[in-house]
Design a protein. Structure first.
Length: 381
């Protein structure tokens, strides 16, 4: 129902003279004789209807009684809604306070007390642990993290270091458990929470026994290496012209060689992801304790020099004392595939073999990363 008082621009206590004055003022503005726009016509009809209702005492009395009930109902609804919001906010605050008190009681038995000297010694150990982790020395950092947690079980960074070390060892379940503690003691750290959620999903999908894991990884990788072997046979038998004979470093590469590297790398990355040999791409890309993780180094170095990239990954694995990190496993796959394809290039001469070994890993490495990323997307669907 339209609000006639609002249409005329008067309050509910206005007398008949005020009603007539408001009507005349609006009629001079919106009457069709002075304003022929469609909006003015509609507005004038509303003004006319309001005036007809409010200028007649009986009609105005009936209108006021009817709108008063509507107004009271709206006020009652607004009051109920306001009270509901107040009640929900109060209940949420009470629940949060109960949760905080319960957490405080639960942590009382593991809340250590330190004097000034002990606190400084603990902070020095934490700083040293973080430096070791940033340098990639996860094995030494993990040992120091264990000692820190024996003194103060609330150090979230120490749990994160243990999680990254477990991931480097290929132990997804231990990494998920460690990140659960890290996220619990540092709930505002978004990296810990993301890693915990991703590792929990990966641990749930991973087979329980080592034999089952090997069988799961073996089938797709066998198919990938069979594909590479077929491509190597094609390179051994095919006689194709060079793509860029005038470009020295790649003067003997053919379209078949380039195609073999792309397909082989993509197949290895895809098979590694599908079989679980390479853990989740999103988990491996992000490290909570290292500024630049091993997979990021692959992305940076592989397009320019695969031998340098492989050397960096070996150095990372040696410093971590962990040879099961997905980045290192990816390098092993690419090197194996590269060696098979290089054997297929032997009939064309040592010049082609040398160029394949020197530059083929660049193409295979990028293709393998792409296959790994797409395979991980498929695993999460």
């Amino acid at each position: 129902m339209p609000d006639h008082y609002e249409v005329l621009g008067i309050d509910r206590e206005a007398d008949d003279a005020a009603v007539r004055q408001a009507y005349r003022r609006l009629a001079r503005t919106y009457h069709p004789d002075v304003n022929d726009s469609p909006e003015a016509r509609a507005q004038f009809e509303a003004v006319q209807s309001a005036y007809e209702t409010l200028s007649e005492p009986l009609r105005r009395q009936a209108y006021d009684a009817l709108t008063a009930r509507d107004h009271e109902q709206r006020q009652a609804e607004e009051i109920r809604e306001r009270m509901r919001r107040i009640r929900e906010e109060r209940e949420a605050k009470e629940a949060e306070e109960l949760r905080r008190r319960a957490e405080a009681r639960r942590m009382d038995h593991v809340r250590p007390t330190f004097d000034e000297h002990e606190y400084r010694a603990l902070r020095a150990d934490v700083d040293e642990m973080q430096k070791l982790a940033n340098r990639g020395e996860l094995a030494a950092a993990s040992l120091l993290a264990k000692r820190i947690l024996e003194i103060d079980p609330r150090q979230a960074d120490a749990y994160a270091v243990q999680a990254d070390f477990a991931l480097a060892q290929g132990d997804v379940r231990a990494a998920a458990t460690a990140y659960a503690f890290a996220a619990q003691f540092a709930p505002d750290n978004a990296v810990y929470l993301r890693q915990y959620e991703a590792l929990t999903v990966a641990a749930a999908r991973a087979p329980q026994s080592r034999v089952a894991r090997d069988e799961r990884a073996g089938r797709p990788l066998t198919l990938a290496f069979a594909t590479i072997l077929g491509l190597a046979c094609y390179l051994a038998l095919a006689r194709e012209p060079a793509l860029v004979p005038q470009f020295g470093p790649l003067s003997e590469w053919t379209a078949g060689v380039l195609m073999a590297f792309v397909v082989s790398g993509f197949a290895l990355g895809l098979a590694g992801a599908w079989g679980g040999y390479l853990s989740s791409w999103s988990i491996s890309m992000e490290s909570s304790v290292q500024r630049v993780g091993p997979v990021v180094w692959v992305l940076i170095l592989a397009p320019f020099s695969f031998p340098l990239c492989a050397a960096v990954q070996w150095w990372f694995a040696y410093r971590r004392r962990g040879w099961s990190h997905p980045a290192f496993r990816l390098m092993i796959l690419v090197i194996s595939g590269l060696a098979i394809l290089a054997v297929g290039g032997l009939p064309s001469g040592w010049g082609l073999v040398g160029q394949m070994l020197l530059w083929g890993g660049n193409v295979m490495g990028i293709a393998a990363l792409l296959g790994w990323a797409l395979g991980d997307v498929r695993n999460r669907v």
